[in-house]
Design a protein. Structure first.
Length: 262
């Protein structure tokens, strides 16, 4: 699979909320080859602090030239990236990893939480294009309406019906996305595509296992190299070994992983 390391220009900067930012970057090489579920490694700043690149899911692409990343400002790296502006350049490596497997004969359901919603927008856009007769169901959640509303709008612009949940009840169901799913009549051909906090994905694994549903999860782990060389992003596998989230994933069949469920 082709991977590129290049200087990508920021062509759009969006402050979606007080601490959530979306950047649109110009890179024909990355944008034209990216698949839903893949990610990029971004260098934050020009110096050695922070030393390591940061991984970001590809949120969507357009015109085979532009791609977007979405992030929440939570540390030094994302804080630096949040101060970049249109016209400036970022060093980006990608596209990396293995993405979601889709089948238009399945009833695809996108389930996301927080910043884990980002790769699902790319997947939703992909499914609308390749499976126009069977659009996916979208169930997404976040802490507050301020965090979730801009992302809901993105899916609705694709013509998709969106079910929502927030921790504080400010938008949609007051609670978790899995509570919303329990109210939906899901057929045996439903295929879940999931990304979000670990507890949410662990709960989704059990939910799907109990109902005999297919479930793919995108593992959001700390990564240093993004190419399977540093062993920094290993996840326990049922094969008795560890898998690399960056090179074996980040998307896995949920039943292939060992889940720590409290």
């Amino acid at each position: 699979m082709s991977q590129f390391q290049e200087k990508t220009q920021i062509i759009r900067f969006e402050q979606l909320s007080s601490d959530i930012v979306r950047l649109t970057l110009d890179s024909p090489d990355i944008a034209s080859r990216a698949k839903p579920g893949q990610f990029v490694m971004v260098k934050a700043g020009e110096g050695r602090d922070p030393l390591l690149r940061r991984p970001f899911s590809i949120s969507q692409t357009s015109n085979e030239r532009h791609f977007q990343i979405l992030f929440k400002v939570v540390g030094s790296g994302t804080s630096i990236l949040a101060h970049y502006r249109v016209g400036e350049y970022l060093s980006v490596l990608g596209p990396l990893g293995n993405g979601y497997q889709v089948d238009c004969d399945d009833d695809n359901c996108l389930v996301g939480g927080g910043m884990g919603i980002a790769p699902l927008l790319f997947l939703g856009k992909w499914l609308v294009r390749v499976c126009p007769q069977n659009p996916p169901l979208v169930v997404i959640g976040a802490r507050t309406a301020a965090e979730l509303s801009p992302l809901v709008k993105d899916f609705e612009e694709l013509g998709l019906r969106v079910h929502t949940a927030t921790d504080d009840g400010s938008l949609g169901h007051h609670g978790f996305v899995i509570d919303v799913l329990k109210t939906i009549n899901l057929g045996s051909s439903s295929r879940m595509h999931v990304c979000g906090p670990y507890p949410m994905m662990a709960a989704m694994h059990l939910f799907c296992k109990e109902r005999g549903l297919s479930c793919q999860v995108s593992m959001e782990t700390h990564m240093a190299c993004g190419m399977g060389a540093c062993l920094g992003c290993i996840v326990p596998s049922r094969k008795g070994v560890y898998a690399h989230a960056c090179s074996d994933g980040p998307v896995f069949d949920a039943k292939e992983l060992v889940w720590k469920v409290k």
